[in-house]
Design a protein around this ligand. Structure first.
Ligand SMILES: [Zn+2]
Length: 150
């Protein structure tokens, strides 16, 4: 199975854009930017800036603390977005969620403004109520969660 899915990444140090083979789901990849050699961690489809000195010369404890704070900040931001979405869900938002697959993590920094408005009328009221009645409660169910978002 040589399925090469490419993802676009932007270096958080020098903002060079490039493509890389999408890592397996759940993978955390740490390495230098090919252009500026700044240290970067690829996590959930995003390239996050790491401190090179810490990652190369720090003690294991230093590295761990540094990674935790970088990933923690990212997760906090993501969680805020998700909570914001959940708490202010309207029919329009739901349609947007369906159109854009919010769980798709291939967006890179700075592209949030480019998101196109969904076309109206793609989802009928019937389909919407199906989504509400059926899909949402399924999120608690692991198998169903994977089926929908894995
Ligand atoms: Zn760079």
């Amino acid at each position: 199975m040589d399925q090469r899915v490419m993802m676009e990444v932007e270096c958080p140090h020098c903002f060079a854009k490039g493509q890389m083979q999408a890592p397996p789901p759940g993978a955390v990849i740490i390495g230098p930017c090919p252009r500026c050699s700044g240290m970067v961690v690829i996590f959930c489809g995003r390239a996050l800036a790491l401190d090179k000195d810490t990652m190369l010369d720090g003690t294991n404890e230093d590295k761990q603390t540094h990674l935790m704070s970088v990933l923690g900040e990212f997760l906090e931001e993501r969680v805020q977005q998700i909570v914001g979405m959940i708490s202010s869900v309207t029919d329009e938002d739901l349609q947007q969620l369906i159109d854009q697959e919010v769980i798709d993590q291939t967006d890179v920094m700075g592209t949030d403004d480019d998101i196109e408005s969904p076309e109206p009328g793609l989802i009928s009221d019937d389909e919407m109520s199906k989504f509400l009645d059926y899909e949402l409660p399924g999120i608690d169910d692991h198998a169903s969660f994977r089926e929908n978002f894995g």
